[in-house]
Design a protein around this ligand. Structure first.
Ligand code: SF4
Length: 408
């Protein structure tokens, strides 16, 4: 399906288009939702990399959610995550015009709102035009399809890798081989030079940041650290592992978490709820309502894939392993969920089903099973954080009230 072509691919006008949307929504700060210094650094980092991507000489690669961005940074390019950029806009209440645009263009409402929102931003010509579009079918093949459509919209080269679901020696070799070829193909398509030493450097940055990320997640097991789990989630969503500045961000978060953990009042206490699935911004009414009563720990940053460091002696193979671990694989996720529930002292799980997301629907029965085995309460909510037409707080609130009551 190719709905349209982006007519004017001048980044200056695209920047102007985006600025107009942000101004209309009165957005000054595109990220901070906690009082942590790390949140403010993330906000600045986001502003910097977003602005840089609109510069005419910048090399921009559109990527999907869990693309191995170390490969993109190694070529000196800026990865532009088409989905999470749209989510960022939605978190700040500016997705309506984009969603409306997709409706005017007859995009089916059965497609998840995250994809529709992203397509809407492209239709409004607010993103910087890409030099290349990259996809790796993660977390879902719908996102790969969107990437493919997008490459046609902008008439950009499209390169894709296929990530197997099963984890074994053959699949690791297969994926590592694809990644090696991708680097060569990217360099050739963009007439750039690629040196393996540049990948080594980005792997080192990635590992340094990951070390702080993992240590911070470790602290959360025993301490109640306001805002820290949320910040880990945002850092995961940003997917800037491999970028040098991300090391400072993760280090700052770890230092803040460590300082907080030394205060006696921050020992783990009270009820803990694990949030599984898409989460709205911390200022969203649902989050405010739940977090008034219980501590929320986000599941995604605690996945095995997010706890993995890369092997500097064999970066492609370890990037491949992490990519396979990112797949929403039922058995592997079941083991991880059970472990997280035990070690983080989880009392209940909120299963957040975003409108149109087939993946979450498929995972939900497994999560309910783990809850049954561990005698943990759960709540399933159907929400839409992008398209207001699909969501009403009052409906969700009644269910949250009942859940909180049985948690007591
Ligand atoms: S919300 Fe679900 S269907 Fe939509 S892009 Fe994410 S994983 Fe895919």
């Amino acid at each position: 399906m190719n709905l349209f072509e982006v007519a004017d691919s001048d980044r200056k006008s695209q920047y102007r288009n985006m600025s107009e949307v942000l101004e209309a929504c009165r957005i000054q700060d595109l990220s901070s939702s906690t009082n942590l210094k790390a949140s403010r650094i993330r906000s600045l980092l986001n502003a910097y990399r977003l602005t840089k991507a609109y510069e005419p000489d910048s090399k921009v690669a559109y990527v999907v959610e869990q693309f191995p961005n170390e490969l993109v940074y190694a070529l000196g390019m800026i990865p532009w995550n088409i989905e999470s950029m749209a989510i960022l806009l939605a978190q700040h209440g500016c997705a309506d015009s984009f969603i409306n645009l997709t409706q005017q263009n007859n995009v089916s409402r059965d497609i998840c709102s995250f994809l529709r929102g992203s397509l809407g931003v492209i239709m409004a010509n607010c993103y910087p035009n890409p030099d290349i579009v990259l996809a790796n079918d993660q977390p879902c093949d719908c996102l790969s399809k969107l990437a493919n459509i997008t490459s046609k919209n902008y008439r950009s080269p499209f390169l894709s890798i296929s990530t197997p679901t099963e984890l074994n020696e053959d699949t690791l070799d297969y994926l590592a081989g694809q990644q090696r070829r991708l680097m060569k193909d990217m360099a050739a398509a963009l007439n750039m030079e690629f040196n393996e030493a540049d990948l080594d450097r980005t792997v080192q940055h990635s590992n340094e940041a990951r070390e702080y990320f993992c240590q911070t997640a470790e602290l959360l097991r025993d301490y109640r650290l306001p805002g820290v789990s949320r910040e880990l989630l945002e850092i995961f969503g940003m997917n800037a592992f491999g970028m040098q500045e991300n090391v400072q961000l993760c280090k700052t978060l770890y230092q803040e978490a460590s300082d907080m953990s030394k205060k006696p009042e921050n020992k783990r206490s009270g009820k803990r709820v694990l949030w599984a699935g898409q989460a709205p911004d911390g200022s969203h009414e649902i989050m405010q309502y739940v977090e008034k009563e219980v501590e929320v720990i986000f599941w995604a940053p605690l996945w095995n894939s997010n706890m993995m460091k890369l092997n500097p002696d064999d970066p492609y193979r370890s990037i491949a392993q992490r990519a396979i671990e990112y797949h929403w694989h039922m058995e592997r996720f079941e083991v991880n969920l059970a472990e997280v529930c035990d070690s983080y002292g989880i009392d209940g799980i909120v299963i957040s089903n975003a409108w149109g997301c087939r993946n979450m629907l498929a995972l939900s029965p497994m999560m309910r099973e783990v809850c049954g085995e561990k005698k943990i309460k759960y709540l399933t909510i159907n929400v839409d954080f992008m398209d207001r037409n699909n969501y009403a707080f009052n409906h969700v609130k009644n269910r949250i009230d009942a859940f909180l009551e049985i948690l007591e």
